[in-house]
Design a protein around this ligand. Sequence first.
Ligand code: ZN
Length: 308
Amino acid sequence: MMNLPSAITLCEVGLRDGLQNEKTILPTEEKLTLLRGLIDAGFRVIEVGSFMHPKAVPQMADTDELYKAIGEVPGVELRALIPNLRGVQRAVDCGCKKVKLNVSASRQHNLKNLNMTPEQSVAGFASCVDAAQAHGIAISGSISMPFGSPWDGRIPQEEIDAIIEAYLNVGITEISLSDTSGMGVPNQVYAMCSHVREKYPQASWWLHFHNTRGLAMANIVAAMEAGMTQFDGSFGGLGGCPFVPGAAGNISTEDVLHMCEESGIETGIDIVKVIELSRSLRDLLHHDTESYILRAGRSRDLISSQNN
Ligand code: ZN
């Protein structure tokens, strides 16, 4: 029998991972409306934006403004991606209380872009941890492409462990495994999740799957089966990745919500409100997105309409 959790936590990352890949730059007011809608739908963790250089990621240039406008929302963690110490400073200045660093698990990618191994990159985050802690900002870390990269193929588990240990060494215990390249498969995901949970019980894990090859949902279920309970999703299935050829968006949040709803897994999130938000997003961006539930609706709605 399958051993799925009775409840999970979903983080909505569409405002960051989704919108950063869009040609259309949404006005701050539109983003705020979406953010308020997500809070109202019940999300308790939301990735609001990033503090990258505005020239590198112009779509996220107004992240500081979003934080100032929304203020602190009790019970809701509003997370931002940061590249370095400058990101912590921007978080301090705008009132952001949760930041996330990222390193690529690909040695080749890291060496080519930063001239460092992934472990050296993570060791360099120590100053970010110190600065964040000094200002009461929680800090987490992400490892992108742990399930494989276009440059290295499959990455040995020992190399992933070395990156995890580098994070733990600088005092970061909340770690996201982010399948940016969409190369993970369920048995591999199950094995890695089981392994890291057992070997690093002090860590809190997030899983982040892109649906590039249609395997994101299967990978989520495999991770759940291995005991994972924290997942990212992107409303409307929005997203991509500038580094990865043909990258698709994150698993659509409403698809995950629907699977959970039909499987008896609590999320605390109102799927009907999320579907509405994903529709409005599609209208704002003027293109279709990768979401089964937006296309087909919930299975329970189908049944009730046929009975009418
Ligand atoms: Zn992503």
